[in-house]
Design a protein. Structure first.
Length: 46
């Protein structure tokens, strides 16, 4: 029974961690895309 209690607690603890990781990944992808567009714009100017 102790094992299942730990798993349940672990799952509840993992949910916020998963949300933070998903947010960080999304932010990274958005920033990377934005920087890539900005870089292309600067290259087209010169």
């Amino acid at each position: 029974m102790g094992f299942f209690e730990n798993v349940t607690f672990g799952c509840w603890w993992d949910l916020p961690l998963l949300a933070v990781m998903a947010a960080a990944t999304a932010w990274y992808l958005i920033e990377r895309r934005r920087l890539k567009k900005e870089k292309e714009k600067l290259q087209n100017r010169s």
